[in-house]
Write a protein that binds this ligand. Structure first.
Ligand SMILES: [Zn+2]
Ligand SMILES: [Zn+2]
Length: 127
């Protein structure tokens, strides 16, 4: 399990570099790394992961909601290293969200992209 330990270390470095806590706009106090996830701000995770042949396929046709980093296999550590490199370069493409807020972001994204909600102000999810 040396590989797994290495992977966690890189993940923790990313979390640390991004402030070590959930960055939910409304505020959130979650700082437990086990409850934090690396999130691609613009939902580009699917495309990016494809670059790394994550699971050999893109997850989620729309790319939305594919930012849940349940990665396995050797490729995932390369992927985390890639993200860490980008973060240390000052990339603003990544943020840290707790598992709950990552789920919430997914729900909001899905809601706002629904045809009947497009252009609706406020969107039902803003309640
Ligand atoms: Zn949170
Ligand atoms: Zn919405």
């Amino acid at each position: 399990m040396i590989g797994a330990r290495k992977k966690k270390a890189v993940r923790l470095q990313i979390i640390e570099a991004l402030g070590g806590r959930c960055m939910w706009p409304g505020g959130c106090d979650v700082t437990d790394p086990d409850m934090l996830q690396v999130d691609h701000v613009n939902g580009g995770g699917g495309r990016e992961r494809k670059l790394f042949s994550f699971r050999g396929q893109a997850v989620g046709a729309s790319g939305v909601g594919s930012d849940h980093y349940n990665m396995s296999g050797n490729r995932s550590s390369d992927y985390y290293k890639h993200i860490l490199g980008r973060v240390l370069e000052g990339s603003k493409d990544y943020q840290i969200l707790c598992a709950n807020h990552n789920s919430k972001k997914y729900v909001i994204d899905r809601c706002c992209k629904r045809k009947e909600n497009r252009g609706k102000v406020p969107c039902p999810c803003a309640a």
